[in-house]
Design a protein around this ligand. Structure first.
Ligand SMILES: [Zn+2]
Length: 166
């Protein structure tokens, strides 16, 4: 399986290395929004997804702790959580991976750079999505602040720069 944070073309290009039978998962509403984005950008995401089966969308549940717009315990064992972080795109999804060497929070472009993580820079999104984007980004920051051992992976930041993003 591949779990995508969102369907912008610069976040799906790696699919080409995987068999077309690989199930691909995205956040709820992401596939529909992609259709609109592709009208503008000339379908680069479609090119990356060509041949793969239908996109599968996460069915988020309400977060019992109220921290996020929605969450899903993907395997039911707490090992990987899909987290609804709308704003950057309609179905933007972060993933909390409880890896053997500690929890990793992969946030995609909900927060793309260390600068925006640390200085709470405004998200480069359409005005209608701005409130959602800011709320999602702040929820991720709050979660990381409450769990100091979580390693954060930002959408457009090198691995060496990620480590200090806590
Ligand atoms: Zn993006």
């Amino acid at each position: 399986m591949v779990f995508l944070t969102h369907l912008h073309f610069d976040h799906v290009g790696g699919l080409v290395d995987l068999p077309v039978t690989t199930p691909v998962y995205v956040g709820a509403g992401e596939a529909q929004e992609r259709s609109r984005v592709n009208l503008v950008l000339g379908r680069p995401a479609d090119a990356a997804l060509r041949g793969y089966g239908p996109l599968r969308e996460w069915r988020f549940q309400p977060d019992p702790d109220g921290r996020f717009a929605g969450v899903l315990d993907v395997f039911g064992d707490g090992s990987i959580w899909a987290i609804s972080t709308p704003g950057h795109s309609a179905g933007s999804t972060a993933y909390l991976v409880n890896a053997v060497d500690g929890p990793k929070l992969v946030v995609g472009d909900a927060v793309s750079t260390r600068l925006s993580w640390e200085q709470q820079m405004p998200q480069p999104v359409a005005p209608a999505a701005r409130a959602d984007a800011e709320a999602s980004a702040q929820r991720l920051r709050n979660f990381a602040a409450a769990h100091a051992n979580v390693e954060v992976f930002l959408g457009h930041q090198s691995r060496s720069e990620q480590a200090e993003a806590r």
